[in-house]
Design a protein around this ligand. Structure first.
Ligand code: PBG
Length: 342
């Protein structure tokens, strides 16, 4: 050892002697012991895209591993979720016919209503969350009724959202999840549900949903892309953070039982600030289709280790403060977690 090295090294040793965070990273068991954020299958919500027909399984090209499926396949799906320890599903429906008013959205024998019944028959314990929005049901692909200029009418649409929620509750949904970002949607749905005797059905509000480019693959899956225009007059501007707290506060006031932030990965700051401001409510975050597609595409090219990357993404969303993560990776992640015993 040269003289030149000795003195600084001694100084460093005495400093580091008391401060060596690496001590707790030395072995896998030590790391397990001090891990702050856990990931388990019952943190996940797995979405289904349900289509009319029998024995249908249409893979969605931009979401490898995910398919549009028909109602008859749901019993098998419910068993699979159960065996993986996943406790909840989020349902989207693609109707037989679309029209300007989205009439099938609240039909008693509509596609989602049938799907809810099938899932509840197959696995009464499975938590069924249903998406409440008009975009999959309207021929123009917008989230509500439109005026002559193509503006989504707010209060006129609220009444329909209430009917959709009641029809889902009648079919047996445990939780309804309004995703349209209309003002007053939680209050309208709460009063419609209570008026119909469904005070036990919970509302998970997409309280903070951004007008994001990362919904692209979903729109292929749900066939709900707007035919013209965009959703910027109701979904939030990705540049805004303080406004998210206002949106969340309004939904809490209106009686939301749980909140959701969407997308998740580019919005971890929002997840964290909503968690901090409303610590008493369960918080979900939606790891959306484009976020899933990015990991899948990179993995398919051999550019990322999919398992490690996906588990890191899900852990990051939980670390930011989400209790629940809606994710297309749910089944694979549950298998990876079972396999590793983590
Ligand atoms: C609307 C809805 C969308 C998503 C969930 N619900 C699309 C949109 O707002 O345009 C996107 C989910 C995803 O990208 O995975 N009902």
């Amino acid at each position: 050892m040269t003289e030149f090295q000795t003195e600084p090294l001694d100084a460093l040793r005495s400093y580091a002697g008391a401060r060596r965070p690496r001590r707790l990273r030395r072995t896998a068991a030590l790391r397990d012991l001090v891990r702050e954020t856990t990931l388990a299958p019952d943190d996940f919500v797995f979405p289904f895209f349900v289509v009319p027909g029998d024995g249908v399984r249409n893979p969605i090209a931009s979401m490898p591993g995910i398919a549009q499926i028909s109602v008859d396949t749901l019993a098998g799906e419910a068993r699979e979720l159960e065996s993986l320890g996943i406790k909840a599903t989020l349902l989207f429906g693609i109707p037989v016919t679309k029209d300007a008013l989205g009439l099938e959205s609240y039909a008693e024998d509509g596609i989602v209503q049938q799907a809810i019944r099938a899932l509840k028959d197959a696995g009464p314990e499975l938590v069924v969350v249903s998406d409440v929005c008009l975009c999959e049901y309207t021929d123009h692909g917008h989230c509500g009724l439109l005026d002559a200029e193509g503006y989504v009418l707010n209060d006129e649409t609220l009444e329909i959202l209430g009917r959709i929620a009641v029809s889902h509750a009648e079919a047996g949904a445990d939780v309804v999840a309004p995703s349209g970002m209309l003002d007053g949607m939680v209050a309208a749905i709460r009063s419609a549900l209570d008026g119909a005797g469904f005070e036990r059905v919970a509302i998970l509000s997409y309280a903070v949903k951004y007008a994001s480019a990362f919904y692209g693959p979903f729109r292929e899956a749900a066939e709900g892309a707007p035919r013209f225009g965009d959703r910027k007059s109701h979904q939030m501007d990705p540049a805004n953070a303080r406004e998210a707290l206002r949106e969340a506060a309004l939904d809490v006031e209106q009686g939301a039982d749980a909140l959701l932030v969407k997308p998740a990965l580019g919005y971890l700051d929002i997840v964290s600030s909503v968690r901090e401001r409303f610590p008493e409510l369960p918080l979900a975050a939606y790891n959306v289709s484009g976020e899933y597609a990015m990991v899948k595409a990179a993995a398919a090219n051999g550019w990322l280790d999919e398992r490690a990357a996906a588990l890191e993404v899900l852990t990051a969303i939980r670390r930011a403060g989400a209790d629940l993560v809606v994710t297309y990776h749910a089944k694979e992640a549950a298998r990876w977690l079972q396999g590793s015993g983590a």
